[in-house]
Unconditional design. Sequence first.
Length: 479
Amino acid sequence: FEGDSISTIIYKVLYEDPRPPAAHNAALPPDINAILETALMKDKGRRYASGAELTADLRKAFAGLPPDTISRPFPAATRAGAAGRPGDPAPVTRRDRRAAQGRRPGRSGRDQPEGGAPAAGMPAARPTLIAHHPVKIAALIVTAVFGVLLFPRFVNHQEPRGTDSVAKGPGVPRPVSVTPAGIGAAPAISGGADQIAIDVETIPNGAAVLLDSTPLAEPKVVLSRADTSAHSIVAHAGCRRAEAEMTAADLASFKGPLVLELAPRREDVLVGSEPSGARIEVNGKDTGKVTPAAITVEGCEARAIALVHEGYRPWAGEYDADDDFDAMAAALKKVSLEAIPSGMLLIKKPKEYDLDIYAGDRKIGRTGDTIALPEGKHALSFRNDTYFVRESSSVTIAGGKTTSPLINFPALGTLTVQAQPSNCKVFVDERYVDVTPVLDLPIASGAHRVKVVFVPNGSTQQVTVSVDAGKNSRAVVKF
């Protein structure tokens, strides 16, 4: 047999009749050609049932051939029948003539029986073909047996080359056509008069197979012939999947296995959390969605998914390209977020004034209050607009404990602002205070920016004034 690939050759060996032997050798006698064709039949019942039958037909065919046709006479079945009919001389072949020419007088050979002379009226029986080459013939038989047993299995593990024989995944069921009958695979197996069964093969091999979401113990689908419903046949392995919808009639039309080619999955996956409302991040980027929400996931790509919720510890899940897709999707449906334990914050109130406490832009309390905050580090700001106080500090809260950090707030001094001419407006730290003169304004010690605006023409002057605790600081501006 000839073919472009080992799969094609094995397919022909298993399922196609060989060319007649005479096609390879036009001089082959018809009787010998018929014997060889019988021996090569695919159907066991049409081949020779035993070696004796084959030998008998060969003996008949060889008996009718001219002596010069073969190199040696066909071996006899018994020593008594080796010479043919009584009185007939044994046919002389080319081998016999060569042997006679090469024999020297007085030389004893293996053609002579024990005692040195041929038996009267009977030629010496020659060894049979099996006796001549026992090792070669045994090796040939073993090779043939292993070839028949193992080559179909080998081809069965190769990916089909045809584009019309596989169902491809993932996701939406696609039309499925038939694998050509038996490229290394057994034909569809009938499950009985009322059932049809067919093997399922996957590319790559070894994928799990499900029928209507039920895992199968072996990759074989069995349906009742009377069943007209379409059934979902799914194969999946890691991040790859293939699906086909088939009826019993579809399976009955198959001459080979159903082949499902798995492809990387790309699906919308629901992400949920308890509690809901967590921000969803994928590979470090905010998706703009909060749980519960669906995100599109590329199955065979590495990905990191994070959930961020105020008052809860951040949750992160990292998935490799070959991780089980279904297991990942199931895990993301409901992620339990761990609440961050709270601690208490107590900031001592200064003697001269009170302060509002802010976390970012959100006011969380006042000095002297006991404030609950999540465990962790917090940046806080402290404000008193009356005395122009702006302070900031970082505090660390421990769960289940009260934290009272020592923060030194500024003491108060006074500020006086005068202008010439006096028709001016005064601003301190960008906040309007009054018109000049401003006398003994209580203000937090430290540096402050003073801006004076001359009302008639809008002219401005700015100065920085350093206020000392318990003292009066003066700023005089002239236009």
